[in-house]
Design a protein around this ligand. Sequence first.
Ligand SMILES: O=C(O)CCC(=O)C(=O)O
Ligand SMILES: [Fe+2]
Length: 329
Amino acid sequence: MSGLTDEQLSFFDINGYVVVPDVIPHSVLDAVIDEYEGVLDNLIETLYERGDITSRFEGLPFGDRFMKLVIETGAVHNQYFDFSLPFQNVQPDTPFWTGQAVLDAFTCDSLIDVVASVIGPEVYSNPVQHVRIKPPESILPTNQLGKPIMGATQWHQDNGVVVPEADETQMLTVWFSLEDTDIEQGPLKVVPRSHRPGLLTHCPNYKGQGGRMIPETLFEVDQTIPLPVKRGDVILLHRHTVHGSLSNVSDRIRWSFDLRYNPIGQTTGREAFPGFVVRSAERKDEELRDADTWTHLWLETRERMSKINQGGQHDVAFGRWEEGHLDCA
Ligand SMILES: O=C(O)CCC(=O)C(=O)O
Ligand SMILES: [Fe+2]
């Protein structure tokens, strides 16, 4: 067990984030990439057989093949790769991916050592989690507002993404990329020490920009720093740290996982989705390591979600922010 040094822990306490170098073994990341190559193969085969694409783009590395697919289809296909589900309009066959290599990354010992140094030894995987495969902005499709789909992430705090019941949950965000993320590829950007004042107002459709963001008047935006990282490095974020991402202005994809962990027994803020015990002295027999079991949890969730929240979040609310707050004017 190594985990964080005292210096890293105190940096995290003071600044609300820390970049920890060389946490995830490259072999773990390579296995994830191999697994996703199979997922991409399946997607391409399906689309090819349906006549939606004219080529299988064979013989290319993942990123180049993925970009060809985005260009030809005008879509980013994020749901096909994600280990989560939409909040509404889930169908009985909505795709998702919860493979063994992905689970091995979620539960990798060196990563959980780091997590345990911040939240303690009883570690739960909180289901607020995404894989983000962000193509270069130049090839991204746009929404009705002309904004790129899967483009730069707007300013937010991760506590603002969960429901108020989880405000006291010690939710830790863990962000890492599968390949190096340099400054052009749209890395994470953070505002050091912005976690101090607690939860800030998030404005839906702020100044007509769509989405949901914290207005820049509410924090020290000029303190922002970008966090380009190497593969294997991990970024930890406090749940109140204001962050977003830069745009991907490179000619390569930007490929990251963002995961959340909290102490066992605290509410996740997304109880409609399944979490699991990662590490526990008290509940060792419940530690989840088998992807079939994990997949089963998500299949059950998909089945349940396909019967609720159709056409809106009428049955279970995943968000918390209303329009019209004074901070948003
Ligand atoms: O990767 C991104 O662009 C955003 C990630 C994020 O907001 C998070 O990890 O909490
Ligand atoms: Fe976030």
